[in-house]
Design a binder for this molecule. Structure first.
Ligand code: ZN
Length: 131
């Protein structure tokens, strides 16, 4: 199984980073024409999702809503102080599958692939596995 690693540098505590172009390049480098890829994030306070990448307000609104769903609570017991980040990671999820057709990502017109940072800024990694 072919595998490729992408490095991502985040700049905020919560941030959705459009990695569509990097994933497209990786698929091209791996010479995958038809099949699928699994995107996998090996972190407990980050995630990967597919959503609208036309209007940046959507990403801001998703983060705003996630902050409401998963606020910092004084009752949290985890000593690292980032339980809100761990919950956001589990809500969004650490993997996504994308279909590859004729060498292209099979995405809708408005869809992009986002690395979701929930405890930045940090240097992160995302793996792409070809099937
Ligand atoms: Zn933690």
């Amino acid at each position: 199984m072919k595998k490729k690693e992408i490095t991502i540098i985040s700049h905020s505590r919560n941030e959705m980073i459009d990695i569509t172009a990097q994933v497209r390049r990786a698929v091209s480098d791996m010479s995958l024409l038809n099949g699928s890829i699994t995107l996998y994030v090996p972190h407990t306070t980050a995630a990967v999702t597919i959503n609208e990448h036309a209007d940046p307000s959507v990403q801001q609104d998703i983060i705003l809503a996630l902050n409401r769903i998963s606020p910092v609570l004084k009752e949290f017991r985890h000593l690292e102080g980032n339980s809100d980040s761990h919950l956001k990671s589990s809500l969004i999820g650490c993997s996504q599958e994308v279909i590859i057709e004729n060498g292209n990502l099979f995405l809708g017109t408005w869809q992009g692939i986002f690395f979701c940072e929930f405890d930045g800024p940090r240097t992160r990694h995302l793996y792409i596995f070809c099937h």
